[in-house]
Design a protein around this ligand. Structure first.
Ligand code: CU
Length: 250
């Protein structure tokens, strides 16, 4: 009788340990495995428009800072169709990981904004530099946030700003002194965005597993003709390519 009870108790404890182990394993799986990378390529299926030459002569400082002609940066396509400076970003992501401690940096150099397209997080610091020996007036055109609009005389080399809220679409920042100066920014409430390199490639890391809406935006096509798709991220790499095509004539 006693022996029978003892066996039962041992069996009971053993079963309990196994259940405990099972939950530990399940918890580990849910916590650590589920993040992946989204990679891809952006191209244009057609002939590139003729690049427009920028006329900077109105400000001798701008003109003299370039040795050759300067062209508009709104359509950067390689011979094989690969598109640089397209923004790829996820939509409707819940993120609570905080804001990067490093600022996003925007320079005014040779009367051109560097970078021409970039992403940053809402609340992240934006460091605006003036590398030119001339006056710029930097003016943001957001939809949700308040505009900023201030002069940066040649002696002012740095200014700090930020956008408090995320924006639904990329918007531009312009110079009121030099009408050709424009840069495009995505202000995001999560870090899952990227800008394509000169080969048209992008990579977004550490995305929590799940199904998301993904947007590919390019300046010339604008928000109305941005490409929207769905992507499912799991452990490892997921590939998503985007092809812009020539708009059909009506
Ligand atoms: Cu300017």
């Amino acid at each position: 009788m006693f022996f029978g009870n003892f066996k039962y108790i041992i069996k009971y404890i053993y079963g309990d340990i196994m259940t405990f182990r099972f939950f530990i394993a399940l918890f580990a799986l849910l916590t650590f495995v589920e993040a992946g990378t989204l990679k891809g390529h952006v191209k244009y299926d057609g002939k590139a428009p003729k690049p427009k030459r920028l006329r900077m002569d109105a400000d001798p400082v701008c003109g003299s800072s370039h040795s050759g002609p300067v062209y508009s940066e709104n359509f950067k396509m390689a011979k094989n169709g690969s598109m640089a400076e397209a923004l790829v970003y996820l939509k409707n992501v819940r993120y609570s990981g905080g804001v990067p401690s490093e600022p996003a940096v925007l320079d005014q150099k040779g009367c051109i904004y560097v970078p021409h397209v970039f992403g940053m997080m809402a609340g992240q610091e934006l460091l605006i530099k003036n590398s030119d020996a001339t006056l710029h007036n930097i003016h943001s055109m957001p939809k949700v946030n308040k505009e900023f609009n201030f002069a940066m005389p040649k002696v002012v080399k740095k200014k700090k700003s930020t956008f408090a809220k995320s924006e639904p679409d990329p918007f531009y920042i312009k110079c009121d002194v030099h009408p050709w100066m424009k840069t495009w920014v995505l202000v995001s409430d999560h870090p899952y965005y990227a800008v394509t390199d000169t080969d048209g490639n992008f990579s977004i890391d550490n995305i929590p597993a799940g199904t998301y809406e993904v947007v590919c935006w390019q300046e010339k096509f604008g928000s109305k003709r941005a490409i929207t798709s769905t992507v499912t991220i799991g452990d490892g790499e997921t590939t998503k390519d985007f092809v812009f095509s020539r708009p059909k004539k009506k």
